[in-house]
Design a protein around this ligand. Structure first.
Ligand code: FMN
Length: 190
């Protein structure tokens, strides 16, 4: 069921780093992206697939994790992502395609969840460094979003908003990660 998959599809930030993700699996995610709607059917998005240890380590240095968890510097060695998908826009086709990016990103994350994988969309990226280390031509491509992927080893739970209405995610002493979500009643304004 879609709802079950959506519940499973949380943002995960700690992984079993011994679990390798194959190129073929990343290609299958691109196959899903290929099937998504696109404004004017321009299909301007392109992908860089990363799954080797050395490049993973370099990308890791240039993405920021869970800004709201001030005491947490991101996943330790051994719990880092084992693949990344860098989502680009080919600006010779179209520009400012944020909606396309969102649709594609969520579709790929759902595809990953269906495979028993998980990960996190990362917008907080040192784009200049990532472009340099992946030899991305920045005259032509913009780096829109990075998907960090792996085999999750953390528990993430959706909870109701606290009484003060704060949407900040948080962790308990056992490392369980909680994500407050607004109620349906709050979302529907009329
Ligand atoms: C466009 C976008 C950018 C995001 N960027 C980051 C990021 O840079 N670092 C990070 O740790 N999480 C990032 N996230 C994950 C959000 O923090 C996460 O979606 C939110 O806390 C809700 O949790 P959930 O995905 O489990 O529902 C991003 C999510 C989206 C949609």
């Amino acid at each position: 069921m879609l709802k079950e998959l959506l519940l499973k599809n949380r943002s995960y930030r700690r992984f079993d780093e011994s679990f390798e993700i194959k190129c073929e699996e990343l290609r299958e995610l691109v196959e899903l992206a290929r099937l998504t709607p696109s404004s004017v059917n321009w299909q301007p998005l392109r992908f860089v697939l990363v799954n080797d240890k050395e490049t993973n380590a370099k990308v890791f240095e240039n993405v920021a994790w869970a800004g709201l968890l001030k005491d947490w510097k991101g996943p330790e060695e051994g719990e880092r992502p084992t693949a990344y998908v860098v989502i680009l826009t080919d600006t010779t086709v179209a520009k400012n395609m944020k909606t396309d990016v969102g649709i594609v990103a969520q579709t790929m994350m759902l595809g990953a969840a269906e495979k028993g994988l998980g990960g996190c969309m990362i917008g907080s990226v040192n784009r200049e460094n990532v472009a340099r280390l992946l030899a991305i031509d920045t005259e032509r491509y913009t780096i829109d979003l990075v998907l960090a992927l792996g085999k999750p080893v953390e528990t993430v739970k959706i909870v109701d908003l606290p009484e003060n209405g704060c949407t900040n995610y948080y962790r308990d002493e056992n490392g369980v990660h909680y994500v407050p979500k607004r109620s349906v009643d709050e979302l529907i304004i009329k």
